[in-house]
Write a protein that binds this ligand. Structure first.
Ligand SMILES: C[S@@+](CC[C@H](N)C(=O)[O-])C[C@H]1O[C@@H](n2cnc3c(N)ncnc32)[C@H](O)[C@@H]1O
Ligand SMILES: [Zn+2]
Length: 295
């Protein structure tokens, strides 16, 4: 078994509601200030609060709990590409603290656990986090610290992360402003953010509009992004360092074909095609933005 939550871990966490220090009880974390308790299940703290919108929680977890119920772990070519892009822009210092916010299947935390001392993963879906905990246990990975929490009410202390990734999460979060405030609160000065969201329709190939509209509704995308919107929400607090545009024509076609074929060779080819177009905004479907925190 990998490490259970222990007293030493308290130095990273605060109450997600009032941001006070927590105390360790029997299978729970206790906030003496706002009198909230948070369960610890299978060694993983569950920081769900009644402030989280119940409709959004229901929608997100009913979709993603199903997606993350399979215990088999197999990294996909697109996940390898994301890991490579993040590696290229993240600090090389082995002692750096890394968080993947909305970590889902955990491909990023599993990858970066080999490069950094401690890595953190958090997600709203209990299934995704407990599945990931089982994978860590089975593979004796002891440096990944997991918790269940909402991006709007994070349970981390301020100024602790050197880099944060959050891929395909921001568009699911009801309160975008709180998401940004929380990222800025928990990150150190000059830390690096790698954030991905769906690209605004005006840049997407019209051939894919209908499919994207259906998909957006199905998975609960609340909005789409472009460089201007990222600039607006981070104001003068973070500076854009790099932008990648992904999900171009060939990648989209192969992704559709692969819903039926599930052919890894084709998926790898799709990544090669897509990588050549990362600077091309028109015709893409996703925007990944690398930001450096300023203040
Ligand atoms: C499309 S998946 C992306 C997962 C992973 N980041 C990736 O790149 O594959 C969206 C993830 O965001 C999580 N999520 C949705 N709303 C969230 C919220 N408010 N706070 C934290 N995670 C959230 C979902 O549970 C799901 O795991
Ligand atoms: Zn509290």
């Amino acid at each position: 078994m990998s490490d259970m939550f222990n007293k030493k871990d308290l130095k990273y966490y605060v109450c997600p509601i009032c941001k006070s220090d927590l105390h360790l009880g029997k299978n729970k974390l206790i906030c003496r200030k706002c009198k909230n308790n948070f369960r610890i299940i299978e060694g993983v703290p569950i920081f769900l609060t009644n402030k989280i919108s119940p409709e959004n929680y229901e929608k997100q977890t009913s979709y993603f709990d199903k997606e993350f119920s399979d215990l088999k772990y197999d990294i996909e070519p697109w996940q390898i590409t994301y890991n490579k892009r993040m590696s290229d822009v993240f600090p090389k210092n082995k002692k750096a603290n890394y968080l993947d916010l909305g970590c889902g299947s955990g491909y990023a935390v599993l990858h970066f656990s080999k490069k950094y001392g401690i890595v953190f993963g958090c997600d709203l879906s209990i299934n995704s986090i407990l599945r990931l905990k089982n994978i860590c246990d089975a593979n004796k990975i002891r440096n990944i610290k997991l918790c269940v929490a909402s991006a709007e009410y994070l349970p981390y202390k301020k100024d602790i992360f050197d880099m944060i990734s959050s891929n395909a999460v921001i568009e699911h979060v009801p309160n975008e402003k709180e998401y940004v405030n929380e990222l800025l609160r928990i990150s150190k000065r000059e830390s690096v953010f790698f954030i991905t969201g769906p690209l605004k329709f005006r840049y997407v190939n019209p051939l894919f509009w209908i499919l994207n509209i259906i998909n957006d509704r199905m998975v609960g995308h609340l909005r789409r992004y472009d460089e201007k919107r990222f600039k607006k929400i981070f104001k003068n607090k973070a500076k854009i360092h790099r932008i990648f545009y992904t999900g171009h024509f060939m990648k989209s076609i192969i992704t559709l074909i692969n819903l039926f074929l599930r052919n890894k060779y084709l998926s790898k080819k799709a990544e090669v095609y897509d990588d050549k177009l990362i600077n091309k905004k028109y015709g893409a479907n996703n925007i990944s933005i690398v930001l450096k925190r300023k203040l």
